[in-house]
Write a protein that binds this ligand. Structure first.
Ligand code: ASP
Ligand code: MG
Length: 412
């Protein structure tokens, strides 16, 4: 007997028919003798609709009431899933975040989970192996007792946190793809499904643009050591595929140097030309951006010919581009740059792999390969297990394909 959390995403519960199909996966695990907690997302498209209603009600809506509204999508699917399971003869009940409870911070709209109390759910397991059908995406703030939500895509995080809180043997994330791929198969048809990927690599992939899992869910899986599978709800419930296991690096025998290529279009570039090259300039630029909660990612500084001034280039999320520019224009007198330039038609391509720790020259090979295709690199960053390049968005597909085959990831 094992204890497990099974999470179903929006497309897997998009209609009552699909909920019935997901319930067949639950039935299989229950009949195998397992204790099961289910976590559901809202029906696909529902959360977008709820968000739009809030905006229509008032452009500057109250964040706590926003959470009350957007958390409702999961309440519907948790109740429906419990109804379907009971109809199949499986003991089940729904649990809202505040009932479990899953405690969250008071950062409405993007709360962090601070604690999960699994006692009520475990009592149900002990009583009659009752399946706990939990609403994803939501929790409660202990002091104010208000509903909070965990940020878009937060049901993944609910599932992994619940698995940790229940000390589950594993967490299965059922979605509309059958696992984690070496890159987006829509861009590279030769992308391969991985059998295993390490927590750290998955964390980088999620942070660098892969949309399979919410970043925070991978953080929790990694710190709490929750073996997590990404698998398809559209497999035959009688005979499913295992999907991709996200696990400890030591549990992966055949390590590649590079395991995946991620890309993010959510990048914008800002360049300040001819900034005075003296102490305190970087602080004068990046201090105000940090105060305005604008996340700066890549940074490069170039010494220009005259030795007295320098060019500084950096990237920000596309959504913050205009705000960042306006802010820097307003600081023109203190920073004293000659010109501000920007581009939003850029993309960040990253290669990820724990093998980079022990192999030199991995990034250099990419720079050569991209140059041979005539692709200009605007900025580079590297860290222990990844490197990223910023290039023109028009070359996204070519660059991703080039790196994917360069590192031997093509299937077939
Ligand atoms: N329903 C929420 C969303 O669409 C949470 C989730 O599905 O993970 O963002
Ligand atoms: Mg999702």
């Amino acid at each position: 007997m094992a204890r497990l959390v099974m999470k179903f995403g929006g497309t897997s519960v998009a209609t009552v028919e699909r909920i019935k199909n997901a319930a067949r996966h639950v039935k299989r695990e229950v009949e195998a003798g397992n204790e099961v907690a289910v976590v559901v997302s809202a029906m696909s498209g529902k959360t977008n609709e709820l968000v739009a209603w809030c905006k229509e009600a008032a452009p500057l809506y109250d964040q706590a009431e926003y959470d009350t509204v957007v958390a409702s999508g999961e309440q519907v699917t948790s109740g429906l899933m419990a109804i379907v399971l009971r109809e199949m003869g499986i003991p089940a009940r729904s649990w809202q975040g505040w009932q479990i409870p899953i405690y969250g911070s008071d950062a409405h709209g993007s709360a962090r989970i601070v604690d999960v109390d699994g006692a009520g759910i475990i009592a149900g397991f002990d009583r009659n192996r009752e399946v706990a059908v939990c609403s994803g995406f939501q929790g409660v703030h202990a002091e104010s007792r208000r509903i909070v939500t965990l940020g878009r895509g937060g049901s993944d995080t609910s599932a992994v946190a619940l698995a940790a809180g229940l000390k589950a043997d594993r967490c299965d994330i059922y979605t509309d793809v059958d696992g984690v791929y070496t890159t987006d198969p829509r861009i590279v048809p030769k992308a391969k499904r991985m059998d295993k990927v390490s927590f750290e690599e998955m964390l980088e992939m999620a942070s660098l643009g892969s949309k399979v899992l919410q970043v925070r869910s991978v953080e929790i899986a990694m710190t709490q050591r929750v073996p997590t599978y990404v698998r398809s709800s559209f497999d035959d419930p009688e005979n499913p595929n295992p999907g991709t296991l996200i696990c400890d690096e030591d549990d992966i025998v055949e390590q590649q140097i590079v395991t995946g290529i991620a890309f993010s279009r959510d990048e914008a570039q800002i360049t300040l030309r001819r900034v005075a090259d003296k102490p305190g300039v970087a602080a004068a630029i990046f201090g105000p951006l940090a105060d305005a909660n604008i996340n700066v990612d890549m940074i490069i500084q170039v010494v220009s010919d005259d030795q007295a001034t320098t060019d500084i280039t950096f990237t920000v999320p596309t959504a913050d581009y205009e705000r960042a520019r306006t802010l820097l224009e307003s600081k023109h007198d203190t920073i004293s740059y000659q010109e501000i330039q920007g581009a939003t038609d850029v993309v960040k391509i990253s290669a990820i792999g724990v093998g980079m720790r022990s192999h030199a020259g991995v990034a250099a090979r990419a720079f050569r390969a991209l140059a041979e295709k005539g692709i200009n690199i605007r900025a580079i960053t590297t860290s222990e297990i990844k490197f990223s390049v910023l290039i023109d968005a028009a070359y996204t597909e070519l660059a991703v394909r080039t790196l994917h085959s360069l590192y031997g990831l093509d299937a077939g």
